[in-house]
Design a protein around this ligand. Sequence first.
Ligand code: GDP
Ligand code: MG
Length: 234
Amino acid sequence: MPAYNAQATLKETFENIPDIVDEIILTDDASDDNTVQLSKSLGIKTLSHKKNLGYGANQKTCYKEALKNNSDIIIMLHPDFQYDPRLIPALASMIAYNNYDCVIASRMLVNSAKHSKMPKYKYIANKFLTFIQNIVLNKGLSEYHSGYRAFSSEVLKTIDFDKLSNDFIFDNQMIAVVLFKGYSIGEISCPTKYFDNASSISFFRSVKYGFGVLKVTFEYLLAKSKVYKSRIFN
Ligand SMILES: Nc1nc2c(ncn2[C@@H]2O[C@H](COP(=O)(O)OP(=O)(O)O)[C@@H](O)[C@H]2O)c(=O)[nH]1
Ligand SMILES: [Mg+2]
């Protein structure tokens, strides 16, 4: 769980994580609240950044720690309780049975996002960016932006994720690189919740993310057509 100011929702998220999970790791990106204390009191293995390094940087710390323990399947779950932790076995089984190398819990597959107060601009941007990426990346995913995903450890060992951004665009770069390397990505549907305590990225950060997605898509196109390999695809 990459955490940032997750005090209000961490306990509920944690309590809904099924027993099938062998180890839970939380990395805190210098939260202003009591996320770290709460996490430790719940018995979660907790690591923390001294300074705020960003959402991508937080995931890097988390994946490195998870890889240290010879894990087979690594699942990212946001501690803001927007995604249902009880779907972990569904995600994990698709990797365990070698159906896919990576699985995304999609908020768009059965359109749960539309009925969950996801801000309209986020919904429309998600649809638009997904449409573009499906064409360029030659896939049929329902979204590329969910923060609930599972990886086989082989994927995370092979991908040099340190090269990816420390910011929010890390998530989208990750999918693009996973596909570029020839790994497969599956999806399950997942309801999502939008409520007051769920942290919300500002409009400005979302717009920046949107342009970042277009940049990743363009870089993928250049790399795939062997014109130019940018840092993340090299
Ligand atoms: N590391 C880090 N994470 C952040 C920061 N701001 C937001 N987040 C996390 O990013 C995730 C996604 O943000 P959120 O507002 O929930 O977006 P949404 O789920 O797409 O509506 C959440 O789990 C937040 O905790 C930050 O400055 N640093
Ligand atoms: Mg969220």
